[in-house]
Design a protein around this ligand. Sequence first.
Ligand code: CAA
Length: 438
Amino acid sequence: MSQGASDRDRREVGIDALGVYTPRLALSLEDLARARGIAPEKVTVGLGAHTMAVAPPWEDAVTLGASAAARALARGGVAADEIGLLLLATETAVDHAKPASIFLHELLGLPTSCRTFELKHACYGGTAGLMVATEWLRSGAARGRKALVVASDIARYDIGSSAELTQGAGAAALVVSEAPRLLRLDPASGVYASQVYDFWRPLDRREALVDGKFSLDCYLTALDGALADYHRSHAGHAGATRDAGAGSGGSAHEREDAAGAPLADRLAAFLYHTPFPKMAYKAHLRLMESEWRRWGRAADLLGEAAERSYSGQVEPWLTMARQVGNTYTASLYLCLAWLAEQQGRALAGREIALFSYGSGCCAELFTGHLQPGCGEIAATIGAADLLRARRLLSVEEYEALSREAGGSRAPEPHEAGFCHLAAIRDHKRIYERAACPA
Ligand code: CAA
């Protein structure tokens, strides 16, 4: 690695503030399973899920994303005119040409001197946006401004299909900046890409299509590839840092790596893209197996170590995924929100891993350090309050809502977030802001 590259690495860049949002309506997955003649244990044990958020006709990727972003800015104390880059990642786009991000630009009152576009790579889109924003900041092009990266989706499959139990809706908004208050991203990251048909949504369909069992294999293969690439990237960055500061002896984690420590020994937590919680369990077992082989640990100790690591380093951060369902691009960042809100103060200074998977496919494994003092900004997220404020629907109400056209009904004031889809006229979408923001 060149000296220039390691200078870029030294810029402290990452997530400064985080906002999340999920619809105010939800459905018990045990009720849905019973209605479909499926044993409820298949949901609670087999998939590890509990409830899914249901998007009513006044919500779409724009309204969910705008509500998360408004919360990130207002609660994080970030002014609209500090934003110089706005990226919206979604796989539930509302127009084939007009980017959903431009609606957020208007709704949030962002400055005209702000680059903005929509990105798509299935559930990986949010992470793609985060990486673009990080590079924009590391390159110096930001000129002191911040980026706003929004991941927003409604996971919809055909009613009665086996994937129906893995639906959901929600959004996450990340303010990305230098000197971040929440999570400083490390320069090392591992990427994997390969063309596969595991999950897709042709342009004329609202509901996604999926080759369910194959999609699980693709996710795990991508994790293997991203993990191997992460180790290569980490070794490269550690080597460059050592060369740049010869004689310093390297950082604590470089020394641990040199001593042959699996990631679970070095890191405090692992966050996974979570279409349903059991997927995170399968992924973590796979990662542990791979790490065990890499560092030549005794095979008979793997099972217990993997279960212990899952219970302490993965499972506690799955609450939002368990209660909201799949949120595609936002899923990984809802796990981060829960970790930060529940344990940010206790884990300040510790390193965590994030694994992002997008069908089709592209995946990335990267690490970051929870910033000293991150408990203060983490306390503004309000994820638990969002879950408490929801109303549970009956299966009949959920089915009726699913059939309604977007913009066909206005919400009651307590049912909407920062804005709602008021109508679609002449193929144009009309959004209205709520009286009381964020
Ligand atoms: N009690 C306890 N467990 C039970 C049970 C019961 N009565 N009945 C079934 N189970 C268990 C099964 O053993 C299985 O567990 P294991 O995988 O650990 O063996 C689990 O419940 C699911 O059962 P099935 O495999 O029979 O379920 P299914 O055929 O309905 O398919 C699914 C499940 C493939 C996840 C399907 O819901 C689906 O296609 N979902 C959408 C695709 C998806 O989420 N893929 C994830 C990877 S791709 C990705 O991550 C991108 C993305 O976001 C879409």
